[in-house]
Write a protein that binds this ligand. Sequence first.
Ligand code: NAG
Ligand code: NAG
Ligand code: NAG
Ligand code: NAG
Ligand code: NAG
Length: 558
Amino acid sequence: MFTNFVLFTLLALPPTTTIPLTPPQNTSGISGKWTLLHDNLGISPMHMQLLHNDKIVMFDRTDFGPSNITLPFNRCRYDPFDPMLQKDCTAHSILYDIQTNTFRPLSIQTDTWCSSGAVLADGTLVQTGGYNDGDHTVRTMVPCDDEACDWVEYHGYLTERRWYSTDQILPDGRVIIIGGRQQNNYEFYPSTLPDYFIPPLNVSSFWLDFFKTDEVISENNLYPFVHLLPDGNLFIFANIRSVVFDYNQNRVVKHLPPIPGDDPRNYPSSGSSILLPLDENTQIEPEVMVCGGAPRDAFLNIKRAREFIRAVPTCGRIKVTNENPAWEIETMPIARTMGDMVILPNGEVIIINGAGSGTAGWGNARDPVTRPVIYHPNGPPNRRFSVMQSASRPRLYNSVAILVTDGRVLVAGSNPNPFYNFTNVEFPSELSLEAFLPPYLAKEYDPLRPEIVSIDVEVMEYRKPLILMFTVLKFLKLSRVTVRIIAPSFTTHSLGMNQRMVVLKEDKNVSMVGESFMKTYSIGVFGPSTAEIAPPGYYLLYLVHAGIPSLGVWVKVQ
Ligand SMILES: *[C@@H]1O[C@H](CO)[C@@H](O)[C@H](O)[C@H]1NC(C)=O
Ligand SMILES: *[C@@H]1O[C@H](CO)[C@@H](O)[C@H](O)[C@H]1NC(C)=O
Ligand SMILES: *[C@@H]1O[C@H](CO)[C@@H](O)[C@H](O)[C@H]1NC(C)=O
Ligand SMILES: *[C@@H]1O[C@H](CO)[C@@H](O)[C@H](O)[C@H]1NC(C)=O
Ligand SMILES: *[C@@H]1O[C@H](CO)[C@@H](O)[C@H](O)[C@H]1NC(C)=O
């Protein structure tokens, strides 16, 4: 079988990061490690997206004064309606290079405050909406390896104002843009409709019912949690309720039970949500997890009485396609609002950043939660959370966290106060970039750490077999090797849009992980079954041995 394949040797991979000892599967007492990458990025990133060339697009907003980095080519932006600064010659977006730990300014010209985004199948970042002069704008960023690429803005592209909406990449390669402030509707990028789409675009009472709440100020339906399900429908969660939605027919397929406890989970309560890893080796049963948030009165109590109510300590898990779906509730070791949930290469979930009381919004939070927790989805009940080492900096409103290629979690932003206020405020604007190194990056695990030597295809095609060659110093056993792909998220406001992991189906007929030739092993897997399970595009591929992931390798799924 092997002889028919040409093996493409992978390009140089980034060096392994080193951190102190933490035991492998038994997580008691382990804590990971924090490192500071930059003290001053010039901006306070509230939106981040990793691109397939290992560069990260970061941006904040244009309407709260000058940042600490100037626009390239002596550019300035002029906006007579900007409340802070009508002429601003500073940048509000940067492109960060992971390999070199350097960054350069990018030229965003209209306001991106509380916007959304997704990466197209060709690797282009599409960012949608914002505020003021940017609320109908679509912006694209095509990755490049030189200094040439920058934002391209399409003003007035969107039909509706999109402020606090959620984007999801679809199996056919389009992006659906859902909701936003006072928007009980959705639209698409590109906006041209495929033949099979059944109008009307202007959606029905479903949206009004579903997104409506009695709270006037605190809507709790902004940045709805959206996950693409393996059957092609969307899971949509707002406030305490969720549905399975068929966007092609503008039809609710199923109403799921409300999450117990009556605590709203969306902005400004700002819990977080993920689709748990989909495993193609078992019957796929999509399961959504929602963690943290703030009680119903939290936002109004701050406005009325400067009272900071304790955040919600619970997580709920629901098997969406189950005949009688029910929420399974678990309690986190630390109550948290504005946490980010990030899927790690080994299938665990880190919950990082946020506050122990209050809600989203300026000055609305207290008790920074500086300790991340790691959740083990398949661990024994009541023993699924491990508390990690504390960060030194609070990361409250508008902080972000994303996974990067080598398995670190990068964390940035917090409290972009008016005029980037660093003084006389309880929580100053945060311009730094930090990395959290989860326990699996400990140097002591290096003997167990697999290294991918080659992949026999350049493109991962749906259902087609591929073979990975890898080395590992201390090989444990066959059943503990898996190959997974992760779609990097567009992260903002505690929500990792488009984040998903698929564990690829193993081809046992070609796997030779039990035998060793010069300590090189092979594993055969199949590309994802469908575009509903993994929409086309660039993914980070990880080979995981005994719970320890390799460095990530970019693959294009098509
Ligand atoms: C982990 O190891 C410690 C010390 O060896 C032990 O007390 C604890 O019960 C173990 N925890 C788990 C989850 O296995
Ligand atoms: C950034 O901050 C530093 C230190 O306060 C200052 O010297 C520098 O001029 C600032 N740069 C810009 C572009 O604001
Ligand atoms: C939907 O209909 C409402 C009321 O008829 C209208 O105000 C709104 O602009 C329409 N939106 C879209 C997306 O067509
Ligand atoms: C920062 O906020 C404090 C408290 O509201 C205020 O006194 C100060 O003027 C602000 N500084 C700037 C630069 O806006
Ligand atoms: C593996 O080989 C067996 C026997 O030749 C065959 O029946 C089976 O379909 C193969 N499985 C896969 C996943 O290719």
